[in-house]
Every structure is written in structure tokens, then in C-alpha cells.
Design a protein. Structure first.
Length: 140
């Protein structure tokens, strides 16, 4: 199998400490699965540059990248991905869905109500178990 595809994703928090999830549209691969927004890392960019670019392209907003979480490597049937998650906040703009068909702000305890893409599940668990505000305080 080829090496995993590096993909960044954003765990976006709002002022109420709710977390953003977006649903893949019916015409995307893994249709109607929920995920953290993001996308493939280009050869010529850093992981932080990638997540900022992808969120601008997919959600039409600018973000501040605050802290990195634990990578998730997942082997799908046809390919593998290394999902690189960052906790982020919106600094400019209003969300406009470009690729996804739904979005949802939720509290941590609601996260398991969604049908997540398999690679995102370990990140969901880390977000649910971790005190993100405490982690952010330690990194500032």
C-alpha cells in the first residue's frame, strides 16, 4: 500500500466552546459522513498553511490555529490517510458551505450522535476526553 495521504483538519471552537462538524455531500467520497473540515497537504506548504487554505476554500472563513492534536492514521480500503488535526477559532468571516451539505455546532457530549468518517473518530474521542481550554492555556 502507498504511504498515507497527509490531510489536515480543523477542530473549530466557537465562543461557547462548541465544536463545528460538517457533513460530506452526497456526491463526495464517503457521502453523508460527518467530519472535521480540512483537506490534502500540498508539497509546497506547511501543515498550518494547508489548514488555513483549506478552511478558506471550504468554509470561506479565516482561522487562527491554536494547538495541534494527535494525528490519526486510518487505512480505508483503497487508500490510507494521516489526519493532522488542529484546534482553531474563527477570526474573520461567516461560514459558507462550499463542498459540504450541512454543518452543526455541538457540545462535546453530542459528538457521538453523528455518523463520523472513520479517520475522524479517534480525533472525536480525543476532543471529548481532553479539556481543550486547559490545553490552550498551557500553550499560550
Amino acid at each position: 500500500m502507498e504511504p498515507p495521504i497527509s490531510v489536515t483538519c480543523a477542530v473549530i471552537l466557537n465562543e461557547s466552546d462548541q465544536i463545528l462538524a460538517v457533513r460530506r455531500s452526497a456526491n463526495m467520497s464517503m457521502p453523508l459522513k460527518w467530519e472535521f473540515p480540512g483537506g490534502k497537504l500540498n508539497e509546497d506548504e506547511s501543515e498550518v498553511e494547508c489548514i488555513k487554505r483549506e478552511i478558506k476554500e471550504e468554509l470561506c472563513i479565516d482561522i487562527n490555529v491554536m494547538v495541534r492534536l494527535t494525528n490519526s492514521i486510518y487505512n480505508y480500503e483503497a487508500f490510507s490517510i494521516k489526519l493532522i488535526p488542529f484546534v482553531c477559532e474563527i477570526i474573520k468571516g461567516n461560514i459558507k458551505l462550499v463542498e459540504h451539505d450541512q454543518m452543526r455546532w455541538m457540545d462535546k457530549k453530542q459528538m457521538l450522535e453523528l455518523d463520523w468518517a472513520a479517520a475522524d473518530i479517534p480525533i472525536v474521542h480525543e476532543v471529548m476526553e481532553e479539556d481543550l481550554n486547559e490545553r490552550l492555556r498551557r500553550t499560550r
